[in-house]
Design a protein around this ligand. Structure first.
Ligand code: AMP
Length: 293
């Protein structure tokens, strides 16, 4: 039985729950000479998502946002069931940021009975987030490929917040010759540095303070590298120390090549610092690109 969903649609916004419906809208926009910008999300929208929608609005005549909590990218015991679902606020935020169409499919619309095709981006999907969350990027790559096939955007927008994810998607698009440009936009942060995330809603006020350790570890390591640190072992260890002294449990702190995520032993001119940690049963990730001149 499909779950009945009710929501109010802000004026000026089209909401489509079916693949054919969204395709019809996109066909009309394209027939009117508009470029299609696309922002895939899982909802519980915040200013980070809004920044992607605004970037799409700036460049494309028609902006499609999808809101779909994708079950295949969650592992057993992860937060699929409790992932925040705030559809009315999300639709208002989409309208406010300049979206034209929101694609709001049900699980059955994306994964109908008998669904059995998955796509895997080998290598990049197997390290860091992929090693800790087996199958995660298989779920991400599969749903993003499906959404790109449904929406057929000219440009799709992703956040640097999920650094490894945008690399996986870039690889997918290149390897499968998908006719879409991928834009990665900067991470939007709270005033105290915490990267905005739908999962920040899980944090109680004390944890919310503790969570700042992630961004602090990144800016401290970035400062060390900019002031000429050559040995990355103490840099990684210091990131870990900052995170753990705030009471979090570290999954990884690392310094990598920006394109391949190969772990570095000595600094290069373009690096990315990646951190992941747990705070109670909340998992947080963050990253920072560092360029040495
Ligand atoms: P999600 O809803 O978490 O799947 O995220 C949807 C898109 O928003 C992804 O491309 C994320 O990388 C991006 N995003 C999430 N948080 C932020 C942020 N703080 N700043 C910029 N983009 C973000």
């Amino acid at each position: 039985m499909p779950i009945e969903r009710s929501f109010s649609i802000p004026s000026g916004l089209a909401v489509e729950e079916s693949v054919c419906g969204v395709r019809r809208h996109v066909a009309t926009a394209r027939a009117n000479g508009r470029a299609i910008g696309f922002v895939p999300t899982m909802g519980a929208l915040h200013a980070g998502h809004a920044s992607l929608i605004e970037a799409a609005r700036d460049r494309c005549g028609s902006v499609v946002v999808s809101i779909f909590v994708n079950p295949t990218q969650f592992g057993p015991g992860e937060d699929f069931q409790r992932y925040p679902r705030t559809i009315d606020a999300d639709l208002a935020a989409c309208r406010e940021a300049g979206a034209d169409i929101v694609f709001l499919p049900s699980k059955d619309e994306i994964y109908p009975e008998g669904f059995s095709t998955f796509v895997e981006v080998a290598g990049l999907s197997d390290v860091f987030e992929g090693a800790i969350r087996p199958g995660h990027f298989r779920g991400v790559a599969t749903v993003v490929l499906k959404l790109l096939n449904i929406v057929t955007p000219d440009v799709a927008y992703f956040g640097a917040k999920d650094y490894q994810q945008q690399l996986v998607i870039r690889r997918l698009v290149a390897d499968l010759d998908l006719p879409v440009a991928i834009e990665t936009r900067p991470t939007i942060r709270e005033p105290d540095g915490l990267a905005m995330s739908s999962r920040n809603r899980y944090l109680d006020p004390v944890q919310r303070q503790q969570a700042c350790a992630l961004s602090k570890s990144l800016t401290t390591a970035s400062d060390r590298l900019r002031s000429g640190a050559r040995d990355l072992t103490p840099v990684k260890a210091e990131m870990r120390r900052i995170i753990e002294s705030a009471g979090l449990t570290t999954d990884y702190t690392t310094v990598c090549d920006r394109r391949t995520l190969r772990e570095l032993t000595e600094p290069e001119s373009r690096m990315v610092l990646l951190v992941a940690a747990r705070l109670g049963d909340v998992r947080l990730i963050d990253n920072l690109e560092v360029t040495l001149l």
